[in-house]
Ligand binder design. Structure first.
Ligand code: ADP
Length: 573
């Protein structure tokens, strides 16, 4: 509006000579677009999709702002400055919509070639914006600010809008066809329709309405304002459907946007003075109230239903859990009874086999000697396994008894290492024992069970090390009041996956079977349970398969009894 007959507007946009509906259609639209864009963005700033939605809101809000200024301002210089921005912003909105749809469908950024194409398409708009090709002047005769826009420039950015509509349609149809999941298909359909209508209305506001006014088909360009209302609705639908299907990862966005929308629309009613337009405005507000209210109720109902479903599932899970615990207890009791029954006959078999192999019944022929040895070894292994099962069932039923006493852990470890040396020599391995102590290493624990756990760690290292060495190191930390037993070998090592499971019952690595056929997968489980009951823990680490393993057992130190120097002892075969 450039006319000496009109007064200068206050704050660039407030003038009494423009239709009031103009403010009602423009200002809430700007506020709504900005609040939706910013809300979605701040919920997850790293998501590319959220960033794109924010850019679309920013460009479109800027477009509406300059449209409002163009309606009210009477300063020719300002109009001459802002007019070319229409084309630039319209082009940006179109291209950003294509970008948005691509990322929405493919869940990844566009390829480099797309980015080049987008830049090339936008380049002419930026290059020619400050030239006569975009705006060459104004028609002052009818007090209107309709510019003499360069036809080529206008056609170009309008065509960009048409191109965006076609491009988005192709992307959406392809995405829809490719998708197999029904839920995602629906999501594509809703967002697709929303964005197409958004683009179509934008195209109508930017081009169609002015064109029809020029042809004399429409009386004036007021329809543009209704187009803006429509665009808000579609922006909502895009944000809402995307949120509903978790595309933006924002759960609260929809209800919050709806409530903000209602506030803004109802608040703006306060400024309506002319009775003729009250009907229009109340109808538009009612329309939005209906849509928002419906969506809000639906979303709340969905949330409530989901919560009820979760509560129902939690209850069932609890019941199932109780039943499982009962079954587990029954299983432990069964194992315990069965193991006890097996133990007595096995003791008899072992006893007689032992007497036979030691010549208690006279010298045996070579063949019989060999068979007796086999019977004896098998019975020994079986006794060990049964002992392990019994211990597991004791631990699980809470019947494991611990008798804690004060003892010197460092000395115990040295003794176990010495006892295991024979086995190491038999396997052709080097077994080293080292200490790095600042105290004498007294702990308060069940000595028999702790020894069993350490024995298990050293024994495992011997079993799972085909060649090389096993190092046992005892060290302490006076500040933390802990003592550590490290067992480090150069054996078959463990993968990341194996490391996560070895402390569970009956878990053995695939490579364990190759090196050591026998084994129950219970040793580490029990060792950990025992050490945990003493207030300590066991951790395992390995660089990977074939790269050796390291087990660290730690227990609380009882007292710090003075300093001992680093000592070293070992055996080399
Ligand atoms: P078992 O030795 O009877 O199989 P354990 O509970 O003692 O049962 O060990 C569980 C698994 O942990 C073993 O089967 C093996 O896969 C892995 N493991 C234990 N110690 C070592 C080690 N020193 N090196 C490589 N793997 C090991």
């Amino acid at each position: 509006m450039i006319c000496y007959l009109y007064p200068e507007p206050t704050y660039l946009i407030f003038s009494s000579d423009v239709p009031l509906l103009l403010y009602y259609s423009h200002i809430p639209t700007i506020l709504l677009f900005l609040s939706i864009g910013l809300y979605v963005y701040f919920n997850d700033r790293h998501s590319l999709l959220n960033k794109l939605l924010l850019f679309i809101s920013l460009c479109f809000s800027a477009w509406i702002t300059i449209s409002l200024i163009a309606w009210t301002i009477i300063n020719a210089e300002i109009i001459a400055f802002i007019w070319p921005l229409f084309g630039v912003l319209a082009g940006l909105v179109s291209i950003l919509c294509i970008y948005f749809v691509y990322v929405f469908l493919n869940k990844k950024d566009v390829p480099f070639s797309y980015k080049v194409a987008f830049t090339l398409l936008l380049l002419p708009l930026f290059l020619f914006a400050p030239t006569d090709l975009s705006v060459s002047g104004f028609d002052l005769t009818n007090c209107d600010s309709f510019a003499f826009e360069g036809i080529a420039y206008k056609v170009y950015y309008t065509l960009l809008g048409v191109l965006a509509m076609v491009w988005v349609l192709v992307l959406m149809v392809n995405g829809y066809r490719r998708e197999v999941e029904e839920d995602v298909k629906k999501q594509i359909l809703y967002v697709g329709i929303g964005i197409e209508l958004f683009l179509f209305l934008f195209f109508s506001i930017v081009f169609l309405i002015t064109y029809l006014v020029n042809l004399g088909i429409l009386p004036d360009s007021r329809l543009e304002m209704y187009g803006l209302f429509g665009m808000v609705a579609f922006m909502f639908s895009i944000a809402f459907t995307s949120v509903k299907y978790k595309a933006f990862n924002v759960n609260l966005a929809a209800p919050v946007a709806l409530v903000i929308g209602l506030w803004i629309f109802v608040f703006s009613l306060l400024f309506i003075r002319k009775i003729e337009i009250v009907q229009v405005i109340v109808s538009v507000t009612l329309f939005f109230l209906f849509i928002f209210g419906y969506a809000l109720i639906k979303s709340i109902r969905r949330e409530i239903r989901q919560r009820q479903e979760i509560e129902r599932l939690a209850k069932r899970l609890k019941q199932a859990n109780t039943r499982l615990r009962e079954l587990d207890k029954q299983k432990s009791e069964f194992v315990s009874i069965a193991s006890h029954q097996l133990r007595s006959p096995l003791t008899v078999i072992s006893g007689y086999a032992s007497m036979l192999r030691e010549g208690g019944f006279g010298k045996l022929p070579a063949k019989a000697k060999e068979s007796t040895e086999r019977i004896y070894q098998s019975a020994r292994l079986m006794t060990q396994s049964i002992e392990e099962y019994l211990n597991v069932s004791r631990i699980e039923s809470g019947n494991m008894k611990y008798e804690k006493v004060d003892f010197n852990l460092r000395n115990e470890v040295e003794r176990i290492a010495n006892d295991s040396r024979q086995e190491a020599i038999k396997r052709g391995l080097l077994l080293m024992f080292k200490t790095d102590m600042t105290t004498s290493g007294i702990v308060n624990a069940d000595v028999g069970k702790v020894v069993q756990a350490i024995h298990n760690l050293i024994n495992n290292s011997l079993k799972y090390t085909p060649k090389g060495s096993v190092n046992v190191l005892v060290r302490d930390d006076q500040v933390k009041k802990r003592i550590y037993v490290e067992v480090i070998d150069t054996g078959i090592g463990m993968s990341e996956k194996t490391l996560n499971t070895i402390f569970q019952k009956f878990e053995r690595a695939d490579n364990a079977h190759k090196v050591n056929i026998q084994g129950t997968g219970l040793g580490l489980y029990m060792a950990l349970k025992i050490i945990e009951a003493m207030g300590g823990t066991i951790t395992a680490s390995s660089e990977g398969e074939g790269k050796g393993s390291k087990f660290v057992l730690e227990l609380p130190l009882l007292k710090c009894f003075g300093f001992e120097h680093l000592s070293f002892s070992g055996s080399i075969i």
